[in-house]
Design a protein around this ligand. Sequence first.
Ligand code: SAM
Length: 191
Amino acid sequence: MLPTAMHYSHTLLKEIVQPGQTVVDATMGNGFDTELLASLVGPKGRVFAFDIQEQALTITKQRLAQKQLLSQVSLLHLGHEHVAEYVQGPIQAAIFNLGYLPRGDKEIITLPATTKQALEALLLLLAPRGRIIIVCYYGHQGGAAELAAVQQFCAELPQESFNVLSYQFINQRNQPPILYCIERKKTALPV
Ligand SMILES: C[S@@+](CC[C@H](N)C(=O)[O-])C[C@H]1O[C@@H](n2cnc3c(N)ncnc32)[C@H](O)[C@@H]1O
């Protein structure tokens, strides 16, 4: 069966992230992506995970502690637009899940301007063959505008330096998420 956008995002990460590397979870939420990244980079690697909601940090910390993965993760109670102040490159991967926190406050959503700011900063940190994955949930109010901004940002990246993929089911009800993957080419020009 074809994987959902969420499952496919994990496949795209598993293909390239190795023990000892540095990676970013730009939208920690309930910590599912942080957990996967922490297990892939192992105790010698580092995951920087961002969220603006205390609730996300509490849940994620608990999840990581249960799996003994906390030591390789920096949980940052901050917007991802601050990534350049906390993370030094090169990073092998970053992941965004855009939208609101499942089972949380649906009014607190990711926003086009800060998402774009974070994407621009992450591109500067991305290693050759590194990937930035964006899973865009857009059924809520404001979601369509953010989807349009992300789609435009991705489509305008120069082909000489980046491969950009979009993955979506086009015959499903209820606006299933759309995945974008930006891969920096080995021969990429400086950003
Ligand atoms: C769809 S959820 C993420 C789900 C998460 N990846 C998981 O595994 O559960 C989106 C998250 O983005 C967070 N968020 C909103 N604006 C943000 C920002 N500027 N920086 C970082 N996180 C933000 C929300 O608080 C919310 O927890």
